[in-house]
Design a protein around this ligand. Structure first.
Ligand code: 5AD
Ligand code: SF4
Length: 456
């Protein structure tokens, strides 16, 4: 018997035939949600059912995010409140996984100050979950496995959150070391999965009826560089586009320094690839970009944008922006405000800079008051609302293909979905349409979505 099956049968023996429930919650980005789906897959193999009620759970796993301090504070708050649950049910097992736990100082803080936590598991240690669980069941007080950053958890059956939208990680880690970012420290260096494994996974998801395939990586367009360059990201898109079926391919995120003309050509060539690019710019100022170690200039970024716009003036662009990077001046911030007016993004995701221990930027002295940062954020969002309102008018009177996602929370009797361009579309329709592509004629636009009528 392999070590893996020995661990599994020992867990099954200890737990016997009793019903057992797991509560797994993932915070943060889609890559982390995808890891959470693998954690669930492993627990299901060990006989666990899932519950959304923490009080009913025999095991709780919080799959954490470290990208901003607020995410970490939230987890510490939740873990604190779980002390009571553990007192009421001493057999409850509490584990922490994900990016937070991969930081030594955090793992140490948990061990010292949160005795209710039984184990800590790093982002590359998902396969160790059964062994960690077994140690807990045998009475060990605290176990920790941070992993070696080389494990793809390739053969783990995922319990996917959706029956029609699937995330497919294509690479892990990041080599870029942007000075504000914790990711390279908690997810290690770039490792690409084999094109063959990715192809097989996508093919089988499409066969199972999945309509949206989201390719994930911290920097998808450097895919394959560590594989000797035989298949790069544009090539991977071209390969996946050949899979038969009615589905859309999306991907996230791309680094502007690697957004080549070949990547853009591939997006336009491949009919199944969404005509949308999320291209995080972070700042509109070259001096800030340099302090961030982003390795492109605004001129280079705009050259990429112009290449796209020349091919299709309509192409949908979104971005990430960090407001209040250490010592961002008014002039530097104004350059970002000017940039979003120039590019006219359909949407932006903006964040106030958060200091991350261990990163280069955390050593920079920062004299900008928090109130200035909040005010800049407010201005940026207001500007973007005006841009989105103006942009979305271009869809009125047009037909859009939409993947119906769920019931609208804003409009009674309406469904909500995403168009191929990644625009939120709300329309009247039966819930039986959820999970299907539908055609919608756009009748109205707002600053966050467009409204339309289902075309029968
Ligand atoms: N502070 C604020 N935002 C950050 N991001 C990454 N690190 C930080 C940080 N320290 C943002 C970037 C990135 C997105 C996923 O999160 O904009 O693109
Ligand atoms: Fe972080 Fe930069 Fe890597 Fe993105 S590219 S994960 S922002 S270091």
């Amino acid at each position: 018997m392999s070590e893996k099956s020995a661990v599994k049968s020992e867990i099954m023996r200890i737990l016997g035939k009793t019903d057992r429930f797991a509560y797994v919650h993932s915070f943060g980005c889609q890559l982390n949600v995808s890891d959470g789906e693998k954690i669930k897959g492993i627990l299901a193999e060990l006989g666990y059912d899932f519950t959304s009620d923490e009080r009913k759970a025999d095991i709780i796993i919080l799959n954490t995010c470290a990208v901003r301090e607020s995410a970490e504070e939230r987890v510490f708050g939740i873990v604190g409140s779980m002390k009571k649950l553990k007192e009421e049910k001493p057999s409850l097992i509490i584990g922490l996984a994900g990016c937070m736990t991969a930081q030594k100082h955090i793992a140490e803080k948990i061990r010292k100050s949160y005795p209710q936590v039984d184990f800590v598991m790093g982002t590359s240690a998902i396969n160790s979950l059964p062994s960690l669980l077994l140690e807990c069941l045998r009475g060990r007080k605290f176990s920790c496995d941070i992993g070696e950053y080389d494990d793809f958890s390739e053969n783990v059956a995922q319990i996917r959150e959706s029956t029609f939208k699937a995330s497919v990680p294509i690479m892990f880690g990041c080599n870029n070391f942007c000075t504000y970012c914790i990711v390279p420290y908690v997810r290690g260096r770039e490792r690409s999965r084999s094109p063959h494994d990715i192809y097989s996974e996508v093919e089988s998801l499409v066969k199972d009826g999945y309509k949206e395939i989201m390719l994930l990586g911290q920097n998808v367009n450097s895919y394959g560089k560590d594989l000797g360059g035989a298949v790069d990201f544009p090539e991977l898109l071209r390969m996946l586009n050949k899979i038969d079926g009615d589905f859309i391919i999306r991907f996230m995120s791309s680094h502007p320094k690697d957004a080549t003309h070949d990547l853009i050509d591939a997006i336009f060539e491949c009919d199944k690839v969404a005509k949308h690019l999320h291209l995080p710019v972070q700042s509109g100022s070259n001096t800030v970009l340099e302090r961030m170690n982003r390795r492109y200039t605004i001129e280079k970024y705009l050259e990429t944008v112009d290449y796209i716009r020349r091919k299709s003036p309509d192409f949908s662009l979104t971005t990430d922006i960090i407001v209040g990077f250490p010592n961002e001046t008014d002039e530097e911030f104004n350059a970002t405000a000017d940039l979003i007016k120039r590019v006219k993004y359909d949407n932006i995701y903006s964040f106030i800079y958060s200091r991350r221990t261990g990163t280069k930027a955390s050593e920079m002295e920062d004299i900008t008051p928090e109130s200035t940062k909040s005010e800049r954020m407010r201005r940026l969002l207001e500007t973007q609302r005006e841009i989105s309102t103006e942009n979305y008018k271009r869809f009125v009177g047009r037909k859009m293909r939409v993947l119906a996602d769920g019931v609208s929370k804003k409009h009674g009797g309406f469904l909500t979905g995403k168009s191929d361009e990644f625009i939120i579309v709300e329309f009247e329709g039966e819930s039986s349409l959820i999970g299907q592509f539908v055609d919608v004629e756009i009748t109205d636009s707002m600053n966050w979505a467009v409204l339309g009528r289902l075309i029968k």
